[in-house]
Design a protein around this ligand. Structure first.
Ligand SMILES: NC(=O)c1ccc[n+]([C@@H]2O[C@H](COP(=O)([O-])OP(=O)(O)OC[C@H]3O[C@@H](n4cnc5c(N)ncnc54)[C@H](OP(=O)(O)O)[C@@H]3O)[C@@H](O)[C@H]2O)c1
Length: 329
């Protein structure tokens, strides 16, 4: 029986994404077959779907979707059995391996995380890679010793996926969160997630002094480039920035002065190849510390084909919060 999948393939020398019919025999030879319920759209999915920018999919044809959640249908692994609820984030889905924009996929058992009891498959994909990365950023700040002590924590790219979840998490944990956004119309939304104040991202995307007035106890940055450089110059003595993104660019036009004169730390965060123990820790904490009502407030659900239409929008920074993809609609 055939089923729907978004396949990125080369057409007249260009990468093009479209909904195709696949059969189970077309799927890769991995040890667990998953009936997928939901996937999601992350920034990287936007790159892959909109012409495979930055060559996200390293070989074509590729089934897109860096995340998936669903139910095990068949398993050659003793660790999983039919009926188990599972999810996958990253691990090269949509890059080196076929991903989650499909009704069925075969994946490696070692990539699977058991769906936390606190979440439905839809909620897990509302979290998705963006939300799980936001949790990794919060854990990085916590592990570094940044505590909720009344000083301000900055979140850049605030109205995006990583930013929205980071704000909800930090606010619930008692941090005073300042949201940096380029969209004034999202201020009420961001305050609803728990931001104490919103600032215009233009104030951070301009070149700042290498050592400016000390303001932030810590920061979660999904923007990179000049924004990250300017933020580093504003971090208070002993503070830290968890850096996970490049929405504005992959460059970092900074000086070493914040590091060597204020002991500021730049904490790199990767979600794709994070070891299973770290993933499990992040999902356990998401189950405990992410407010379900706030998650619902930041989530929109779209049918499979709509993911292709939304790809340029997430790249243009026009998507608010998180988008869940119902692969069976
Ligand atoms: N390290 C990892 O493992 C990992 C995992 C997930 C995501 N990421 C990266 O994190 C970034 C955010 O991902 P996402 O899924 O949250 O994407 P997203 O939903 O598109 O959010 C990005 C946000 O950044 C802001 N932004 C966009 N373009 C900008 C620009 N030119 N200058 C300043 N701000 C800009 C916008 O927020 P405002 O409208 O509020 O300003 C936008 O909503 C991406 O670069 C993604 O690749 C990395």
């Amino acid at each position: 029986m055939s089923f729907n999948a978004i396949v990125i393939e080369e057409v007249e020398g260009k990468a093009r994404a479209s909904v195709k019919q696949l059969e189970v025999k077309d799927l890769p030879d991995n040890d667990v077959l998953v009936d997928i319920a939901y996937s999601t759209i992350n920034f990287k999915d936007g790159l892959a779907l909109a012409g495979n920018k930055s060559k996200i999919a390293r070989k074509l044809p590729m089934v897109g979707g860096i995340d998936l959640a669903g139910t095990v249908a068949e398993s050659k692994s003793p660790a999983f059995k039919p009926g188990d609820k599972v999810l996958v984030n990253g691990y090269g889905l949509s890059e080196a391996h076929w991903g989650g924009y499909t009704q069925k996929q075969r994946v490696k058992s070692e990539w699977l995380v058991r769906l936390p009891a606190a979440f439905s498959a839809r909620q897990a994909m509302a979290v998705g890679t963006a939300g799980y990365t936001a949790m990794l950023c919060v854990l990085a700040l916590e592990d570094y010793g940044i505590k909720p002590d009344g000083r301000e924590i900055l979140v850049t790219g605030a109205a995006g996926g990583v930013g929205s979840v980071a704000i909800a998490l930090l606010a619930k944990l008692g941090y005073k969160v300042v949201a940096s956004t380029g969209r004034p119309e999202t201020h009420d939304y961001l305050k609803g997630l728990g931001a104490a104040e919103c600032i215009d991202r233009a104030t951070l995307s301009e070149k700042g002094a290498p050592l400016a007035k000390e303001r932030w106890a810590g920061a979660v940055d999904s923007v990179g480039s000049q924004t990250l450089a300017t933020v580093l110059g504003q971090v208070a003595y002993g503070g830290a920035v968890a850096a996970c993104g490049l929405a504005a660019g992959a460059d970092l036009p900074a000086t070493v002065l914040p590091f060597i004169l204020r002991g500021v730390a730049l904490l790199g965060v990767d979600s794709v190849n994070a070891p299973m123990q770290k993933r499990q820790r992040a999902w356990d904490r998401l189950a405990k510390d992410l407010d379900a009502k706030k998650l619902d407030a930041m989530t929109e659900i779209v049918p499979l084909a709509k993911a292709i239409e939304l790809a340029p929008k997430i790249l243009a920074g026009q998507v608010k919060g998180r988008i869940v993809v119902d692969v069976n609609a």
